[in-house]
Design a protein around this ligand. Structure first.
Ligand code: CTP
Length: 424
């Protein structure tokens, strides 16, 4: 089936790259295909710029001269024999060699050997993710569908290739649910039973908790994370954290609240670009556990030190935040409690304190206090005779607190406040 028009749904700049890669493959007499999620999404008419290419040869050796010829950034992952090329700092293309995989024990990292396109297709998770489009000139745009993936897309079905698929790779439990909810597909009848057995048999124990969590994180990043968790809870799939972690109606409300707050932040012009919303969801999921349990979960999931610290401190700071109340604390006190918290902790506390006094304090912090800056600088204080670095720092800190409590202040007002405060 010719699907030139399928590829044409990609942006022009990507198409230009694919043409170029295809003709380079022709010169090397290597077969080369676009494969996996991007093909699935092309068939579904959805945007996806995660470009995965397989070549029927050594992907790293294929990429090296290509990178040199087009002066693109090349990253090689020798362990996986894959490579990534980044064009113009913008377009990322992942290359791998077509391969066959064998799973020596359930969940173990697969033993990978060279294989054909067919091997590569049949090693994949679901039929909808196992189609390819040829990029070589002779059959450019031809869809390769060896597993009736198109039929499954049409009938909106998620289907594994064999009953041991979840045992080979238990992360497919989470992937099945993620794709089911994302596309509103159903799980094929013959896939349901192996999935049920995989959850009941706690197959996630076959893989490291860190690897399993990386896949769970993708669920936390889905726009319809709520439905995914509903579904996961239905099948009993959340117990991989620990049996105490339960998806309750209260947590569901908190997840919805996150989404409302994100909209509010957008309206207020609060920058959310660096905000890891998935981490806030994780905080909500595990925050009802005692600190030792939280610590244990965080360690097991192999979260980065940075993320772990945020989760632990939101647990520890809960009591301090609960005491914030505009009727009895000054804006500068609110500022001092919140100023060194991460954006994720702040969002978490906004959720947890909804409808209670601290909520207003946190909102004021976000929209007002943290935007207050002094006009006075260290040099101004030096000119006034304060030369000790520590004293300059402490003076500026106190002046900032006064300014936060007072609202707006000009530089002259700041300097005269300093005189009044008897600092000079
Ligand atoms: N894949 C697989 N088994 C896995 C992970 C990935 O077979 N456990 C294969 C699938 O063919 C998948 C492709 O590798 O389509 C790329 O995987 P990934 O980037 O994780 O997912 P996508 O399918 O691209 O989905 P998403 O849109 O969520 O990125």
């Amino acid at each position: 089936m010719m699907t030139g028009s399928l590829l044409d749904r990609l942006p022009q700049e990507i198409l230009r790259l694919l043409r170029l890669i295809g003709s380079y493959a022709d010169q090397r007499r290597v077969s080369c295909y676009l494969i996996g999620g991007v093909v699935r999404d092309l068939l579904l008419g959805r945007d996806n710029l995660d470009i995965d290419i397989v070549v029927e040869s050594d992907a790293v050796e294929f990429c090296k001269p290509l990178a040199q010829r087009y002066q693109t950034a090349l990253t090689v992952y020798p362990r996986f024999k894959t490579a990534t090329l980044t064009w113009d700092h913008r377009f990322v293309v992942d290359f791998s060699s077509t391969r066959k995989e064998a799973y020596p024990t359930p969940g173990a990292l697969p033993v990978v050997v060279e294989g054909t396109l067919k091997d590569d297709i049949f090693r994949r998770d679901f039929t909808i993710n196992a189609m390819a489009i040829s990029l070589n000139q002779d059959n450019y745009g031809t869809l390769v569908d060896m597993c009736r993936g198109q039929d499954d897309i049409r009938s909106r079905t998620i289907r594994v290739f064999h009953a041991k698929s979840f045992e080979d790779d238990p992360t497919r439990i989470l992937r099945a649910i993620r794709f089911q909810e994302r596309y509103q597909f159903q799980i094929a009848e013959e896939t349901r039973e192996p999935l049920r057995q995989a959850v009941e048999g706690k197959f996630w124990q076959y893989v490291s908790a860190g690897r399993y969590f990386e896949e769970f994180k993708k669920i936390l990043k889905e726009p319809n994370v709520l439905c995914c968790l509903d579904r996961l809870q239905d099948v009993g799939g959340l117990s991989f954290f620990s049996k105490e972690i339960v998806w309750t109606p209260a947590k569901k409300d908190h997840f919805k609240r996150v989404q409302t707050i994100l909209l509010w932040m957008q309206e207020q012009g609060i920058d959310r670009t660096a905000l890891a919303v998935w981490l806030v969801y994780l905080m909500i999921l595990i925050s009802d556990q005692p600190i030792e349990k939280v610590q244990d979960i965080v360690n097991r999931l192999s979260l980065s030190r940075h993320d772990s610290r945020k989760i632990i401190s939101c647990k520890l700071e809960q009591e301090i935040v609960k005491r914030l109340d505009m009727n009895c604390v000054k804006p500068s006190q609110v500022y001092n409690v919140l100023k060194s918290m991460s954006a994720e902790e702040i969002l978490f506390f906004l959720v947890k304190t909804h409808g209670q006094p601290p909520e207003m304090c946190i909102q004021n912090f976000l929209t007002q206090y943290r935007n207050v800056h002094l006009c006075t600088r260290g040099e101004d204080l030096m000119r006034l005779g304060i030369c000790d670095g520590k004293r300059i720092g402490a003076t500026l800190q106190i002046l900032l607190e006064r300014k936060i409590d007072a609202g707006a202040m000009t530089k002259e007002q700041e300097l005269s406040l300093l005189q009044e405060m008897d600092f000079i």
